[in-house]
Ligand binder design. Structure first.
Ligand code: NI
Length: 168
């Protein structure tokens, strides 16, 4: 099989697509499997732990995660249980060079679908739980900077607008 897939371009903040709500996946076909391979590829190119479809401009409820040599595919995921809290530094491929402390649940149970549409239950704790929550937020147009105080968020926005050379 050919591995010559087009490398998807990752959208950077403040691209408006990052604030949009994704639509559920209804068709589980080869196109979906190909798209998931492309998501993994784009994630690896950027040395990321996770990547969500809106970050490549596709408003579908699909995200991928790779952590400790294990791959996870989230399709139409929802959190059905959560426990505890954790606070740690977080970054995002759509925010190069930006990191901030975010508090999230320490453990989550997620109902998701696989590439065939079968319902799966996944549990994650600690760092992996954080990744799950971060990627699932992307599917609802929520970004990690949305958890910060407006002072911290504005400082980040200012830093980014300097790097991108203004509002063109
Ligand atoms: Ni992200």
């Amino acid at each position: 099989m050919s591995d010559l897939l087009e490398v998807l371009e990752v959208r950077k903040y403040p691209d408006p697509v990052l604030k949009k709500i994704s639509q559920p996946v209804e068709v589980f076909d080869e196109e979906l499997e190909k798209f998931i391979k492309q998501l993994f590829e784009a994630m690896r190119v950027h040395d990321g732990v996770g990547l969500a479809a809106p970050q490549v401009g596709v408003l579908k409820k699909v995200a991928v995660i790779e952590y400790e040599d294990k791959s996870y595919v989230l399709i139409n995921p929802k959190i059905i249980d959560r426990k505890g809290l954790q606070t740690s530094e977080e970054g995002c491929i759509s925010f190069p060079g930006i990191f901030a402390e975010v508090t999230r649940s320490d453990w989550v149970k997620v109902e998701t679908q696989d590439t065939k549409g079968n319902v799966k239950i996944l549990e994650a704790q600690g760092y992996l739980a954080k990744a799950f929550q971060h990627e699932m937020d992307h599917l609802n147009g929520k970004l990690f900077i949305d958890y910060l105080s407006s002072i911290k968020r504005n400082a980040i926005k200012k830093k980014i607008s300097k790097h991108t050379g203004g509002h063109f």
